[in-house]
Ligand binder design. Structure first.
Ligand code: ZN
Length: 152
């Protein structure tokens, strides 16, 4: 199987059966993001644990296959990650799609590396990074803002 075939199979699979798709009733943060150029509209739902690591993450909305597949794969990567780790992953992913020099994607990206072909299509880069922009905003929310209890 060559890269293009693999790419298409994985993307299609995620876009048809997105993982972690649905509401997150006890979410701490809900961020909406849209990409009018394509019509992608998603919302990211995040719950942080007592250790401020990502306890739960889901997304809702609709978008093109690149957008949904990227969001689906992203949510699979975020569980139990700290804000710093999530942010680092986001930058790694973003670099893969926007860095001037094309480089071999780091192993940490896993299946997300299959989206690297998108870098040739600037309009689709916006689709692939939409969920990540929502993540960026979510990570900037005040630490422990929702259920913080200063009790020891
Ligand atoms: Zn799109």
């Amino acid at each position: 199987m060559d890269f293009e075939e693999l790419y298409q199979q994985v993307i299609l699979d995620h876009s048809r059966r997105p993982r972690n798709f649905g509401e997150l009733p006890d979410a701490d943060v809900n961020i909406e993001a849209d990409n009018p150029m394509c019509g992608d509209e998603i919302a990211l739902h995040l719950k942080f644990g007592a250790d401020d690591k990502i306890e739960g993450v889901t997304f809702t909305g609709s978008g093109c296959s690149i957008c949904v597949a990227s969001a689906s794969m992203m949510t699979q990567k975020l569980k139990k990650k700290s804000r710093e780790e999530s942010s680092a992953l986001m930058h790694t992913f973003h670099d893969m799609l926007t860095a001037e020099q094309e480089t071999e994607p780091p192993a940490v990206l896993g299946d997300l590396a299959l989206l690297k072909g998108v870098r040739k299509f600037p309009l689709r880069v916006k689709c692939a990074t939409l969920a990540w922009h929502a993540l960026e905003q979510a990570l900037q929310t005040k630490q422990g803002a929702a259920a913080s209890d200063p009790g020891i």
